[in-house]
Design a protein around this ligand. Sequence first.
Ligand code: SF4
Length: 663
Amino acid sequence: MRFAETGYNLEVNLSSGNIEKVETDPELTRLHLGGLGTNAKILWDRVSPEADPLSPENLLIFGTGVLCGTPAVSANRTIVTTYSPQTLLMQYSMMGGFWAPELKHAGYDKVIVSGKSDGLVYLWINNDKIEIRDASHLQGKGSLEASELIRQELGEPNAQVLSIGLAGENKVYYASIEHGRSSASRGGVGAVMGSKGLKAIAVRGTKDINIARPAEFMELINEVLEYIQWRADNPIKHVPPILAGLGSPQEMAIHDEQWHTTAFSWGNARYRRKDFWTEEVEEEWTKIQEGAVQRLISCYNCPMKCGAIISYPSLELSKYMMKCYSKLTYVMGAMVDNLDFGFRIAGLAQGYGVDAYTAPQVMAFAIELYENGILTDKDLPDFPTDKEGRFFYLLEKIVRREGIGDALAKGVYWAAREIGKGAEEYDSNTIKRHEQIPIKLGMLNPIFFLMLSTGEKINITQIEGQLPQAPFPEKEDREEFVKDWIQAPSDNIKDFFVKWELRGDNAFPFFPDFQTACELVEWQETMHYIDDSTGICAGLSSFPIKPPYHINNLPTIISAATGFDIDKDELWNKITRRNRTLIRAINVRKGLRRKDDKPPQDHWKKRFPEHEAKLLDEYYKFKGWNDQGIPTKEHLEELGLGYVGEDLEKRGIYNSEQSKKES
Ligand code: SF4
C-alpha cells in the first residue's frame, strides 16, 4: 500500500491521444518526495535540453505535493513544471486552491502532458474515466468563463478546473494558468499549455488517501492548527502589519497599501514615491477596497482566508478572485493614483490569463520607450494619452499579439532586443530574462543579494521568508524574539539575529559574515523547496516569520504521513539538497552559468563588486558547486545524482576552458 501519495501518474499524449495510468516507483518518492522534486527528475530524464519549450517535445507536468489531499492544513499546492519560453530554463510555478487535492482524490499524483493536439481540447479526469474533449467552442474565452462553461457542460459543479485564457492560446511568454482561487503565473507555463492546444483540465475525484500512522499524524496537525490560532492572537511585534501574521500577505483583509506603494518602485521599476501616501489616499482606497471585496475566501483545508471574491459588474464574469499584491501591480506600473483602476484591469487581465507581476512591467517598459522616442505613433497607432487608457490598450495588443504587442508578448528582455534602437537600456528589472518585483533599495544586503542572484525560482518572494526584513533597533526586542523561536534551525542563526542591528553605510554590507549569510540563505531556500515537494502553502511555512510548519516539525509530520523515517538531516541535507542541486544541474545543462547569477542591474544604489564576487564564491563552495556555479561531480555523487554528473561531463560542461569562455 502507498501512503500519502497515490502511486500513480496520468500520462497524456495530445499528439496521439494516448492516455495511460502509470504506477510510479516508491523509491523516487523516498529520494525526492513529490511535487517539485519528482517533477524535476521527470524533466531531467525525459526532455532534451535542446527541445524548444513551445514544441511538442516539452513536457507540462502538473505535480501535487506528497501531502496534498491529506488532512495537513494548507497542503493544496499544484506545482507546474516545464521549460519556460521566456527564461529558456526550468520553470516551476505554483498554485493553491483546490485542484491538487481533487487530483489526488481522483487517484493520481501527477498529470504529465506531452505532444500537441490538432485542435483546441480540454482534459476531463473523472476518477478512472479520462477523456480528451473538443474545446473549439471555448476558443478565445476568458479563463474563468471557460472553467464555468466546462463545469456546466459536464454537469459537474464540483469539478475543479484550471484553464488558460487568450494569452495562453496565443503563447504570450508570461501567460498564466488560472484556477479562480489561485494561478500558476510565472515563466509562461500558460504559453506551454497553449502550445499543446490544451485549454483546460477538469478533475473530479472521490477516492481516499492512505496515511501511514493516522493517529500520530492527526495529533501533529492539530498542534499546527492550535499554533495558527495562538499566532492569530499573538502577532509578531516590530514588523509592518502585513508581515506580522500568517498566510499569504493579507492584502485583502488588511488595508496596508502604504507599505507597498512607498517601499516598492513605480513605472518601469524606476521610481519610489515616498510622498505619495496621504490620509486622503488612505481613506479613499479603503472605501474602494471595501466596496470591491465581496467576501474573504480560503484554499482547500486552510483557515487563513488570504483571498477574496472581488465584485466588479463591468467585467466579463462580474466576479473574480484575488489575493496579495496584484491589486497594486498595475496601479504602480501605470503610475495611476487610483486603486479602482487596479481592481478593474486585474480582473480583465485574469480573464486573459497573464502574470500580474510581469504584464504591468512590460506595459510600463513600452510606455517608457514611447516617452523616450524609441517606440513611436507608428508602433502604437491611436495610443491614448491618459495613463489608464494606455494600459488597457497595451493589454489588448499583447494578448492578441497585434502589432508591437507581438514583441511585447515575449517580455521585457526579448522585446528590448527585438525592438533595438537602444531599448536594451530600459531592460532594468529582469534576472535570467524574467521580470522581478520592482524594488529599489539603497544599500546592498548580502542575504538578498545571494537569494536574488542564485535562486532558481527567479522570484525573490518564493525564496525569502522566516526572517524579519530589517533588524529590530532595540537589543531587548531581539532577545525577546529569539526566546520562543522554535523555527530557527540552529543557535548560530539566533546569535546572528541578536547581533543584527542597524548599522552605518560602511558596515552593513559586510554583516553577517560569509558563512552565516550562506546558512541564512540556504535555510530559507530549503524551506521553500520542502513546501514545493510536500504541497504545503508557503503562507503557513516558508514565507512568514515564525510559521506553524518549520524545519523542526516537518520531518515528523512527513514521516507520519508517508511511513518513511525521515529526520531533519535527511530532509534538509539529502532530499532537499538533492532536489535543489538537480534543478541547478537541469539549468546548467540549459546553459546557466555564473554570468547569469546577478540581481537586476540597479536594484541597489550602493554596490560592492569585490564583496559580491567573494559572496558568490563562498556560496558556490557552500552549495557544492564549482566557481562557475556548476554542481561538482563529487557533490552530485554524494547526493545519489552520479548519473547527472556523468551527463554534464559527457556534454563537456566541466571543461574549464569552455566554462570560462561562456562566462
Ligand atoms: Fe490559501 Fe492562504 Fe491558506 Fe495559503 S495560507 S493555503 S494562500 S488560504
